[in-house]
Design a protein around this ligand. Structure first.
Ligand code: P1T
Length: 386
């Protein structure tokens, strides 16, 4: 491929080809897993673009170019986990700086900002990011970042990225969007005004529950330079094998997401009509408060569905333990369907905070199995949970 030709390609063509030209030495059609930790130099500093594998590695560069291309970003940086990617961004702040969070976010993100960086003098406030006045009121002279998840984990709330970016940028504040739930197939936050996009690649990008990874995509050169410095200086980088697994997963992201979206819509509609269910949270339902914003800024509503069990916590736990196709486990975004109770599992660390989660809430990561089997499984589990 020459120059910027790929920029005109469709999503699936980019997922399969960007950064993944046949190997120059052998013609291999897939990117080789380069295990070398170091690369020979003709003279000190004279090399072919690679020196030492923590700094840069050919398999990782292929992944970084590919996912950056999917996000429409000029720069992409791969990390060892979603949390390592988040740490590289939060770590740009200094003692006394302030960050605004939504009132719903992955428990680990809250733990990082509150427990790890709180001890180092970073302050935070949590506001409903769907409320522009609340966001504007929360921004202080010390505010450096607004952290946005959309759709959020686990409440599936939708945040208008462009509206948040307008408010934050008016005060010189950067906007970070965690695009894990939506994926670049459904949403491109940089095009909507975000300064940085972060991913847990462990989820939909990998897609098969067999690799932990993280990613940051940015357009701004100053952010890219700082992130590359941190990536190398801290060293929380993914292994070449993990990069290969992610490249392999990303090739089918589009086809998997289409099925995830279809199955999740069917599951949400089924739950909405079930008497054991008090409330269904899915942006694809017309009565979801974020439906119209989601329809405008996303190309589909995603594969995550949450619901509040009418029987409260004991019934929610009973349902989560009674499914057979949906497996009771943390994580999300892979081919197999998962079920969990956020308040005691993924979101334990937000207990007693403004982000606390209803114990009657059940979260589903709807996989790509045959949809009739998923509906039948939920039906029998709900019947046994009442
Ligand atoms: O697990 P890791 O790859 O480090 O990614 C952390 C992370 C970041 N952002 C979001 C939105 C996430 O959902 C996660 C991880 N979440 C789970 C493990 C979970 O079950 O919700």
């Amino acid at each position: 491929m020459s120059g910027d030709e790929w920029q005109n390609w469709g999503f699936d063509t980019r997922a399969i080809h960007v950064g993944q030209e046949p190997d120059e030495a052998t013609g291999a059609i897939t990117v080789p897993i380069h295990l070398a930790t170091t690369f020979v130099q003709a003279a000190p500093g004279r090399h072919r673009g690679f020196e030492y594998a923590r700094t840069s590695n050919p398999t990782r560069v292929a992944l970084e170019r590919c996912v950056a291309g999917l996000e429409g970003a000029r720069h992409g940086l791969a990390f060892a986990s979603g949390m390592a990617a988040e740490d590289a961004l939060v770590g740009m702040m200094h003692p006394g700086d302030h960050v605004v969070l939504g009132t719903d976010a992955y428990g680990g993100t809250f733990r990082l900002i509150h427990q790890v960086y709180g001890e180092r003098g970073i302050e935070w406030s949590a506001v409903d990011l769907a409320d522009p006045d609340a966001l504007a009121g929360a921004i202080r002279p010390e505010t450096r970042q607004v952290w946005v998840e959309t759709p959020t984990n686990p409440m599936l709330a939708v945040v208008d990225i462009a509206a948040v970016a307008d408010i934050a940028h008016a005060s010189g504040v950067d906007v970070v969007v965690d695009n894990t739930f939506a994926t670049p197939y459904l949403q491109n936050p940089l095009a909507l005004g975000a300064d940085a996009v972060v991913h847990s690649s462990t989820k939909y990008l990998g897609g098969h529950s067999d690799v932990v990874g993280g990613f940051v995509a940015v357009n701004r050169d100053d952010l890219a330079e700082r992130l590359a410095f941190v990536q190398n200086a801290v060293g929380a980088v993914p292994s070449p094998f993990d990069c290969y697994l992610l490249l392999r997963g990303v090739k089918t992201l589009g086809v998997r997401m289409d099925r995830h979206c279809d199955n999740a819509q069917a599951v949400a509609e089924f739950l909405a009509g079930h008497r054991a269910v008090e409330r269904v949270l899915y942006p694809g339902l017309a009565d979801h408060p974020g439906h119209s914003v989601a329809a405008a800024q996303m190309r589909g509503f995603g594969g995550m569905v949450s619901f509040v069990h009418a029987g409260g916590e004991p019934a929610a736990v009973a349902a989560a333990c009674a499914t057979r196709v949906f497996r009771l486990a943390e994580s999300l975004g892979a081919v197999e369907s998962l079920i969990e109770q956020p308040s005691t599992m993924t979101h334990l660390s937000v207990a007693d905070s403004p982000l606390a989660v209803d114990p009657g809430l059940v979260r589903l990561s709807v996989g790509i199995e045959s949809v009739d089997d998923l509906l039948a499984d939920l039906d029998q589990a709900l019947a046994r949970s009442q």
